[in-house]
Design a protein around this ligand. Structure first.
Ligand code: SAM
Length: 328
């Protein structure tokens, strides 16, 4: 196996796979108010098809896989997929992004199947606000329980992803940061990314620089050294904290120049950039019986056309593709 890199010499080793476009929450910043046109069941990749693509990807240089959605835990038998992916020798890290509602029920099984880590999206610690943000979630308690169960079965580090929206949950920055001291949480504050769909109720953007200013009242944020993680977050610690605070700045300070990732949608489109409309359909060749060698070639060719960077700062937004369909 040789390393995979794009035409800008960026090493590409990370594939995010959306296993479904269905979600049991309808977050205001992620899904249009009228819902989304769901992919027909027959167009959603089977676990065997996902395995075939992941194996080809691994053979050309992908070593890390994250499962996402929609909500990945609403797809039946996810531990079975994890086990299949874990059997691919050169995949050394399988992780999951979830809203946590169903996590307590399956964390142990996922861990035994080979899942290493989990990120839980949680934007508020208050039940009434949870209902507002998720539009339909009446069970914040289930998410908190899911986080604890995931930690107890060793899916560590459990990272809590918070999309910060001015006027909605920015008053909870301190509460989340305090959890890194009181409960050893690893919290990541993420800038809201604009979405083209006008029916998405656009929350007010807050840059990470403003978030950091607000957190200063808790003490100095010391950078974690050596730096941790293999993604775009920059990590810090408050005095006395075992947990960490991460910041992700897709808008105020893009990290495209170190982007190492690709995305596969639930209907098998390979996306080279979250904020681009370009996609490569792998489903037709796959269902037409493409050989493993040709699939690897197709994959490599796609990677070679990965764009250098997104163009959010020039006002460019991809159309017709809310995050719930891409996997965030
Ligand atoms: N259902 C899973 C979950 O809730 O984590 C996985 C899918 S969700 C689309 C993946 C991630 O995308 C979540 O962490 C979510 O907060 C993030 N996300 C969705 N819309 C976003 C936006 N407009 N800006 C920033 N992050 C967004």
């Amino acid at each position: 196996m040789t390393g995979l890199s794009d035409s800008f010499q960026r090493p590409i080793n990370y594939l995010r796979i959306s296993v479904t476009d269905r979600c049991n929450l309808h977050c205001v910043y992620c899904m249009p108010s009228g819902g989304i046109d769901l992919i027909a069941h027959s167009d959603i990749l089977t676990y065997e098809e996902i395995y075939t693509i992941a194996k080809a990807a691994a053979e050309v240089g992908i070593s890390k896989i994250r499962l996402t959605g929609g909500e990945p835990l609403v797809r039946l038998g996810l531990p079975q997929l994890v086990q299949m992916l874990a059997s691919i020798g050169s995949i050394d890290d399988i992780s999951l992004t979830t809203n946590g509602i169903l996590l307590s029920q399956c964390a142990a099984e996922l861990k035994s199947a080979g899942l290493r880590r989990v990120n839980v999206s949680l934007d508020t610690l208050k039940q009434d606000k949870f209902e507002f943000i998720t539009r339909c979630g009446n069970n914040l308690g289930a998410v908190l329980e899911g986080i604890e169960v995931a930690r107890s079965v060793g899916l560590n580090p459990v990272k809590i992803n918070v999309v910060v929206m001015a006027g909605t949950n920015d008053d909870e920055l301190i509460d989340f940061a305090t959890k890194t001291i009181s409960d050893d949480w690893h919290v990541r504050f993420i800038e809201f990314m604009p979405v083209a769909d006008e029916s998405i109720e656009i929350p007010r953007f807050m840059p990470v620089s403003e978030m950091r200013k607000r957190l200063e009242s808790l003490g100095k944020l010391e950078p974690c050294l050596p730096s941790i993680g293999n993604g775009p977050a920059k990590y810090f610690r408050l005095p006395q904290a075992k947990g960490t605070i991460g910041f992700i700045t897709p808008v105020s300070e893009h990290f495209c120049f170190s982007c190492n990732r690709l995305r596969l949608t639930a209907d098998c489109k390979l996306l080279l950039c979250l904020m681009s409309e370009e996609e490569i359909d792998l489903k037709k060749p796959l269902r037409d019986g493409i050989s493993s060698a040709d699939l690897k070639q197709l994959f490599k060719g796609a990677v070679a056309s990965k764009p250098l960077r997104h163009r959010l700062d020039e006002g460019y937004l991809p159309k017709d593709r809310p995050f719930s369909q891409v996997g965030g």
